[in-house]
Write a protein that binds this ligand. Structure first.
Ligand code: CAA
Length: 260
C-alpha cells in the first residue's frame, strides 16, 4: 500500500511503522492519523508479523504532537472529531493483537507522548524529550494524555507534567516509568529490533494472550482479573505451541513455535 505520511516496512517477523513528516517534526495531522489506522489494519492482516515497532522519521523528533497548523482553525465540533480520530487511532495501536514497541527517537510532545504511551512499552534515545505542553497552547491533552499517563506513572506525576507543560529528558522519563530503556540514538533501532526479535521468537499465542489479559485486567478488580487470567491460561493449553514449548524443554532443545 502507498502512503504519504507514514512508511510501513517489514523485516521478517518485524513490522516498522515510521511516522514520516520530518518537515513538521512528524506532527499528527488528520491524514497521518488516518494512514496510521490503515497501517495498523495492514499489520493486522499480515499474520507473519509478530511485533510492530513505531518510530518517527529523522533524528530530531518522534512526533512533535498533533498538527498545530491544522488544529488552529478548528471549531469545537471539529476538535471533537479530531480528538476522537486520535483516540480511535491510539486504541487501534493499543488493541493490536501483537506487541507494539515505541522507539522514541527525539521529541515526543503532546500527541507524541500520547501515541508512545498507547504502545506496549517505550525505548528511547538519549536525545528524546517527553512532555504534554498543550496547556502552553491554551488547550489540554486530547489524545488520551489525561487518562493513559496517570495510569502509567500515577496521578501526581501526570498532573505535574500536564499542568506545567514542561518537558522531561530521557533519563527523567526513565525514572518516572514512562520509558523502559534509554540508548544512544545510533543504537536505538538496533536495540529495539533486538528486543522485538526476542519477543517474536516466543510462542506468539502466549504473547498475544498475555497482552490481552494485562490490558483487559488492568481496570478490573483483582479477583475478576485473576479469573480472566485463568481462563486465558487454559486457552494456551489448546495450542500446538504449548505442546511444543514444554516438549522442547523436556527434550532440552529449542522450541519451534508455529503460532498455532
Ligand atoms: N504541529 C505542526 N508543526 C509543527 C509542530 C506541531 N506540533 N511541531 C513542530 N512543527 C513544525 C514547526 O512549525 C516548524 O515548521 P517550519 O519549519 O515550517 O517553521 C518545524 O516543525 C520545525 O520546528 P521548530 O522550528 O519549532 O523546531 P525547534 O527545534 O525550534 O523546536 C520543538 C522543536 C520544541 C519540538 C517545537 O517545534 C515545538 O514546541 N513544537 C510543538 C510541540 C507541541 O506543542 N506539541 C503539542 C501539540 S498539541 C497536541 O498534541 C494536542 C493533543 O493532545 C492531541
Amino acid at each position: 500500500m502507498e502512503y504519504k505520511n507514514i512508511l510501513l516496512t517489514m523485516e521478517g517477523e518485524l513490522g516498522i511503522l515510521t511516522i514520516n513528516r520530518p518537515k513538521a517534526l512528524n506532527a499528527l495531522n488528520i491524514e497521518t492519523l488516518q494512514e496510521i489506522q490503515m497501517g495498523i489494519q495492514e499489520v493486522k492482516g499480515n499474520p507473519a508479523l509478530k511485533v510492530l515497532i513505531l518510530t518517527g522519521a529523522g533524528e530530531k523528533a518522534f512526533v512533535a504532537g498533533a498538527d498545530i497548523t491544522e488544529m488552529r482553525g478548528m471549531n469545537s465540533i471539529e476538535a471533537l472529531s479530531f480528538s476522537r480520530l486520535g483516540h480511535l487511532t491510539l486504541k487501534m495501536i493499543q488493541d493490536l493483537d501483537r506487541p507494539v514497541i515505541a522507539a522514541v527517537n527525539g521529541f515526543a510532545l503532546g500527541g507524541g507522548t500520547e501515541i508512545a504511551v498507547a504502545c506496549d512499552f517505550i525505548y528511547a534515545s538519549e536525545n528524546a524529550r517527553f512532555g504534554v505542553p498543550e496547556v502552553t497552547l491554551g488547550i489540554f491533552p486530547g489524545f488520551g494524555g489525561t487518562q493513559r499517563l496517570p495510569r502509567l506513572i500515577g496521578k501526581g506525576r501526570a498532573k505535574e507534567l500536564i499542568f506545567s507543560g514542561k518537558m522531561v529528558n530521557a533519563q527523567e522519563a526513565l525514572q518516572m516509568g514512562i520509558v523502559n530503556k534509554v540508548f544512544p540514538l545510533t543504537s536505538l533501532m538496533a536495540e529495539t529490533k533486538k528486543a522485538a526479535a526476542q519477543i517474536a521468537g516466543n510462542g506468539s499465542i502466549g504473547v498475544r494472550l498475555a497482552k490481552m489479559v494485562i490490558d483487559a485486567g488492568f481496570n478490573m478488580d483483582l479477583t475478576e482479573a485473576c479469573s480472566l487470567e485463568s481462563y486465558a491460561f487454559s486457552i494456551g493449553f489448546t495450542t500446538e505451541d504449548q505442546k511444543e514449548g514444554m516438549t522442547a524443554f523436556i527434550e532440552k532443545r529449542k522450541p519451534n513455535f508455529k503460532g498455532k
